[in-house]
Design a protein around this ligand. Structure first.
Ligand code: C5P
Length: 310
């Protein structure tokens, strides 16, 4: 990167949690969890340009009119955190092309933060290591370290303690985007309420440290979409369906039209359908589009946050 570059562009991927087990609520308000993340080919793109102040603007195929562009925006928080950490005195203008749904359970805001860290790091020539950036990412949100890392990984703790997982080949997914968002804390709270209400009937395992099922790791390692479809699981799915009951109809529709399995992505409301191969994904995309749903076909895994060379 030339030291006097006027701007640097970076991209970072959205994600699907192919497995998500939620454990106990901790004192810090976060839940202990165990998840298998896969980064998808739907990406956010951030252009960071030299400026005296900090600002952000959005463009792209999805409606971004409801997004805050003040200090509460996670991309501004990311840029300010990096500047503070490295004693950088200037600001930055961030232009973000948004493709990952907002409040969709796919880590779109986290991808904005990760791409911002990488773009500003290159623009300002801070020389931070990848580990340093990971530490900053974890301060910004539970999913931000994974948007930085990409690929396929197991997340524990809040979801930010990552270890890469082996994954063979590429998986074909069809995503159904919702016309509304779901708030992540609200979905977690709904799960807690459900657990409180049903404490007597719940299996004794609930409350112990969550782990990712060994069959999920085996399916990823073997590139076996059929096995992955059988073992996918998300503890946040039931509360998300409770809050947005129309999602059940979409899950049924996808499974009737050739999906191997469907799952709510993260805290939803995006639904991710796993298909056997590219042709099945195309057929499913056509069938769901015909039902007037907003559908995107993606492959996974995808690269983590990185700069683009113009
Ligand atoms: O870190 P992030 O901003 O993505 O988290 C949003 C909210 O989701 C948290 O404030 C918390 O309510 C919930 N959350 C949680 N346990 C996690 C991750 C997120 O309860 N492991």
């Amino acid at each position: 990167m030339s030291p006097d570059a006027r701007s640097v562009t970076a991209k970072a991927p959205g994600k699907i949690n192919v497995f998500l087990r939620v454990g106990a609520l901790q004192d810090d308000g976060y839940h202990d969890l165990a998840t298998a993340y896969q980064a998808v080919s739907l990406c956010e793109e951030v252009r960071a340009s030299r400026a005296d102040d900090f600002s952000v603007a959005f463009e792209g195929p999805i409606d971004t009119s409801g997004l805050e562009v003040d200090e509460s925006n996670i991309a501004i928080k990311a840029a300010r955190l990096l500047a503070r950490t490295t004693d950088y005195r200037g600001g930055v203008r961030l232009d973000i092309t948004k493709r990952v749904p907002i409040a969709g359970g796919m880590g779109g805001g986290s991808a904005d933060a990760a791409a911002t860290l990488v773009a500003c790091d290159a623009l300002w020539g801070t020389g931070l290591s990848r580990e340093d950036l990971h530490g900053l990412a974890a301060q910004l949100g539970a999913d931000v370290p994974f948007a930085l890392m990409g690929g396929t990984a197991i997340g524990t703790g809040r979801g930010d303690e990552l270890s890469p997982a082996l994954a063979k080949g590429s998986f074909d997914w069809v995503l159904v985007l919702a016309d509304h968002g779901l708030s992540t804390p609200v979905v977690f709270r709904e799960l807690d309420r459900h657990r409180e209400r049903n404490a007597a009937e719940l299996a004794p395992g609930v409350g112990t440290a969550p782990v990712v099922d060994a069959n999920v790791l085996q399916a990823l390692r073997a590139g076996d979409a059929h096995l992955l479809a059988e073992t996918m699981h998300n503890d946040l799915q039931a509360p998300a369906l409770h809050l947005a009951p129309n999602l059940s109809t979409i899950l049924e529709l996808g499974e009737r039209n050739g999906a191997l399995a469907g799952i709510v992505s993260g805290s939803g409301p995006t639904i991710a359908f796993l298909t056997a191969d590219r042709n099945s994904a195309i057929s499913l995309q056509i069938a769901l589009s015909a039902a007037r749903l907003d559908v995107v076909r993606v492959t996974a895994p995808a690269h983590g946050a990185r700069t683009l060379h113009d």
